[in-house]
Design a protein around this ligand. Structure first.
Ligand SMILES: O=C(O)CCc1c2[nH]c(c1CC(=O)O)Cc1[nH]c(c(CC(=O)O)c1CCC(=O)O)Cc1[nH]c(c(CC(=O)O)c1CCC(=O)O)Cc1[nH]c(c(CCC(=O)O)c1CC(=O)O)C2
Length: 412
C-alpha cells in the first residue's frame, strides 16, 4: 500500500490490484506514486460475460448481486458541500478537472459518502477538446465557452489528431481510481458523442435552439461531416486510452442527440456513434458501452442499432415501455427523475421500487434519468443509495411482497 497526500489535506491509500482482476487484458500505464512517471504494465480488461445480467458490478466485484447495480449521473459536483469547498479553493473548473490530485479527490467524494457501485471520473465531455485543437473555458452561469467556434472550412484548419499526452491527467487519474476502489466498484470513464460535442464547437457554447449547427446540416454539410469524422476518430482514440488507463465501463453522452428529429439523428449522429463502437470493440471488445441521450423516447430502437451494451433512459420514458420496445437483449440504465430527490424520502423510496420493478430482474443499472441537480439535498442522495442497497430481487418480485414494501406516502 502506498499513501498519497492530496492538496486537500486528506490522504488516500492505494491498494494493489487484486487477483480477481486477472482476467483483464491489454496494457495500461500504472501510476506508482502521485508524481511518478507512468510505467507500462500488463493490464486487465474484464473478460466479462457480455450477457446482460451480471455485466458491470460482477465485472468489478467478481460476483453477482441480487439487485441492480447503482450509480448516479453527475454524482460528483456542486450539490456536495465538500465539492463546493474544493471549488472555492480552486475556482477554475479546468484546473479542478485537469489536476490529478483534484480529479481523484473529487471523484472519490461521492464514493466515500455513498458507496455507489460505480466511481465516475470527475471530468467533462469537453475536457479532450484542447488536445485536438479546440480551446475552451467553463464560466460560472454561462457554462462552456469555445474560443473560436467552427463554422466553415477555414475553421476546420485548427483541428489535429488527438494528442493523448495532453490528457495524461485523465489516464493517471483513472489508474489511481482503479487501484483505490479495487473490486468494490467499477471505474467509469465517459465521452461526449460527436454530434453533442459538435454542438458546442459550432455554436460556441451552450445553446437552447441548435440553430447554427442544424442549419449547417443543409448549408455546409461537407464541413459538418469533416468535423464529425474528426471527432469520431478523436473520441474513439480517447475511449481506448481511458480503458487502457483503467476505466471498466464507458458512457457515451449524446446528450443533445434528442434535439434532432429521429431521421436527422439517423443521418448526423448514429453513424458516427456506430463507428466509435466498432473501433472501440476492436481494441477493447469486453468493455461495456453505455449510450445516453437526453429526450430519447423517439430514438430508443434506433439507439440499439449503434451496437452499445446499455441504453441510458431519461425519465420521460416509461421504464416498462422501454423494456417492451427494446426487448431483453439490451441492458437499460436509469431512469428516476432527478427531481424526486427533492421529494419526501418515502416518495423517493416508492419511485425507486417502481422503476426497479418495471425494469425487471436482469440487465438494469439503476440511475437517475439525467444528472443530479444543483442544490439536491445530500441526504436524499444517501437515501437513494441506501434504498437500492437494501433491495433484493427475491423479495421485490415475490408475489404481494413488493406491494407491502412500498412505504406509505405522507398525507397532506
Ligand atoms: O452543468 C451545468 O449547469 C454547467 C455547465 C456545464 C459543464 N459541462 C457541461 C455543461 C452544460 C452546458 O452548459 O452545456 C456539458 C456537459 N457535461 C457533461 C454532459 C453530459 C450530461 O450530463 O448529459 C454535458 C452535456 C449535457 C448537460 O450539461 O447536461 C458530463 C459531465 N460533466 C461533469 C461530469 C462529472 C460529474 O459531475 O460527476 C459529467 C459526467 C456525468 C456522468 O458520468 O454522469 C462535471 C461538470 N461539468 C461542468 C460542471 C459545472 C461546473 C462547475 O462545477 O464549476 C460539472 C460539475 C457539476 O455538474 O456539478 C460544466
Amino acid at each position: 500500500m502506498c499513501s498519497i497526500s492530496s492538496p486537500l489535506s486528506s490522504s488516500y491509500s492505494i491498494a494493489p490490484l487484486s487477483s480477481a482482476s486477472s482476467s483483464w487484458l491489454g496494457f495500461i500505464p500504472h501510476a506508482k506514486t502521485r508524481s511518478s512517471r507512468l510505467t507500462t504494465r500488463r493490464l486487465r480488461c474484464p473478460r466479462a460475460n457480455l450477457s446482460p445480467d451480471p455485466l458491470l458490478v460482477q465485472a468489478a466485484r467478481g460476483h453477482a448481486i441480487n439487485r441492480p447495480p447503482v450509480w448516479m449521473m453527475r454524482q460528483a459536483g456542486r450539490y456536495m458541500a465538500v465539492y463546493r469547498k474544493v471549488a472555492e479553493k480552486y475556482p477554475s473548473f479546468r484546473e479542478r478537472s485537469e489536476t490529478v490530485d483534484l480529479i481523484v479527490e473529487i471523484s472519490l467524494q461521492p464514493w466515500r459518502a455513498f458507496q455507489p457501485d460505480g466511481v465516475i471520473i470527475f471530468s467533462d465531455i469537453l475536457t479532450p477538446l484542447p488536445a485536438f485543437g479546440v480551446p475552451f473555458e467553463i464560466e460560472d452561469v454561462k457554462g462552456p465557452i469555445i474560443e473560436s467556434p467552427i463554422c466553415d472550412e477555414e475553421g476546420l484548419k485548427c483541428l489535429h489528431p488527438i494528442d493523448l499526452e495532453k490528457l495524461q491527467f485523465v489516464g493517471e487519474s483513472l489508474t489511481i481510481l482503479r487501484e483505490e476502489v479495487g473490486e468494490k466498484a467499477a471505474v467509469l470513464g465517459f465521452v461526449g458523442a460527436p454530434w453533442t460535442i459538435a454542438t458546442y464547437i459550432v455554436e460556441g457554447g451552450t445553446t437552447r435552439t441548435y440553430k447554427n449547427i442544424k442549419r449547417m446540416c443543409h448549408t455546409a454539410p461537407h464541413v459538418l461531416k469533416a468535423l464529425l469524422s474528426h471527432l469520431t476518430q478523436a473520441i474513439s482514440d480517447y475511449i481506448i486510452f481511458q480503458v487502457k488507463s483503467g476505466a471498466q465501463c464507458i458512457q457515451i453522452f449524446d446528450s443533445w442527440g434528442g434535439q434532432l428529429p429521429p431521421d436527422v439523428w439517423e443521418q448526423w449522429s448514429k453513424p458516427y456513434i456506430k463507428q466509435i463502437v466498432s473501433s472501440v470493440r476492436k481494441k477493447c471488445p469486453e468493455t461495456p458501452l453505455v449510450l445516453y441521450i437526453n429526450g430519447n423516447g423517439g430514438l430508443l430502437e434506433r439507439m440499439t442499432e449503434t451496437g452499445v451494451d446499455v441504453i441510458g433512459l431519461d425519465w420521460t420514458v416509461d421504464m416498462a415501455d422501454a423494456r417492451r420496445r427494446l426487448g431483453n437483449d439490451v441492458n437499460v440504465q436509469g431512469n428516476v427523475d432527478p427531481a424526486y430527490l427533492f421529494s419526501p424520502l418515502p416518495v423517493l423510496t416508492n419511485e425507486i421500487h417502481r422503476v426497479v420493478k418495471a425494469a425487471g430482474q436482469r440487465g438494469h443499472i439503476l440511475n437517475l434519468g439525467h444528472g443530479v441537480l444543483v442544490k439536491t439535498p445530500e441526504e436524499a442522495v444517501a437515501h437513494f443509495f441506501d434504498v437500492v442497497r437494501g433491495l433484493s430481487y427475491d423479495t421485490l418480485f415475490e408475489d404481494g411482497v413488493a406491494a407491502k414494501e412500498l412505504e406509505p406516502l405522507p398525507t397532506r
